[in-house]
Design a protein around this ligand. Structure first.
Ligand code: PRP
Ligand code: URA
Length: 211
């Protein structure tokens, strides 16, 4: 149903942690920790194609030519606010990544995204980009973030989300078919307020305790 650019995590740890995340009784502290942990697990998949080179290392037994990352330049771009919750998990896997921020909120009436902030590393056009946001609902915010990055010359862009609605994935496949999407789980549908069902509620409010 989705193209090969959509990578849905099929892993018991991700499934288990997402179930705790969705529980409305999960505390802010646990919610934050789980977002970070699931972010780390999805990063593992999203970085599967990082190029390797080799270097010679002396083990206690002998010299050996062994794999090491080729040092491809990389940036993680959280969509503010809720995307901030995923940055730590990505950086624990790729500590040298740069971080660009894109501030965006959805108008609660029209569901249209509005960009209010954008600060990127100077050489962002030379970097592989992973945009992170816990939720892909209508796809409007991710669409606008990807468009912003393309305007800045980026051409290797991935999107990482925890929970997606089929509507959001379909929208992105139409407007940005070149972008790989890494998803923790694809849910059933969007409700009339643009919330993912069953979903987990408002990710930003649950990460920052602002309800
Ligand atoms: C949420 C979420 C996404 C967006 C998804 O952010 O974190 O950015 O909605 O919805 P969409 O796919 O329909 O655009 P929100 O606008 O609630 O802002 P916040 O991160 O500040 O809470
Ligand atoms: N944004 C959220 O935080 N949750 C949803 O279900 C939809 C958009």
């Amino acid at each position: 149903m989705f193209s090969e650019k959509v990578h849905v995590m099929n892993h018991p740890l991700v499934a288990h942690k997402l179930t705790i995340l969705r529980d409305k009784n999960t505390s802010v502290k646990d919610f934050r920790e789980l977002v970070s942990e699931i972010g780390m697990l999805i990063t593992y998949e999203a970085t599967r194609d990082l190029p390797l080179t080799t270097k010679v290392v002396e083990t206690p037994l002998c010299k050996a030519e062994l794999p090491t990352l080729a040092g491809k330049k990389f940036a993680v771009v959280p969509i503010l606010r809720a995307g901030l919750g995923l940055v730590d998990g990505v950086l624990r896997m790729v500590p040298s990544a740069r971080v660009g921020h894109i501030g965006m909120f959805r108008d609660e009436e029209t569901l249209e995204p509005h960009v209010y902030f954008c600060k990127m590393p100077k050489d962002v056009a030379d970097r592989d980009i992973i945009i992170v946001d816990p939720m892909l609902a209508t796809g409007g915010s991710a669409d606008a973030a990807i468009t912003e990055m393309k305007k800045r010359g980026c051409h290797n862009i991935k999107l990482m989300v925890l929970v997606a609605a089929p509507e959001g994935i379909e929208h992105l496949q139409k407007v940005h078919p070149d972008v790989d999407i890494y998803v923790g789980a694809v849910d059933d549908h969007l409700n009339e307020h643009g919330y993912i069902v069953p979903g987990l509620g408002d990710a930003g409010d649950r990460i920052f305790g602002t309800k």
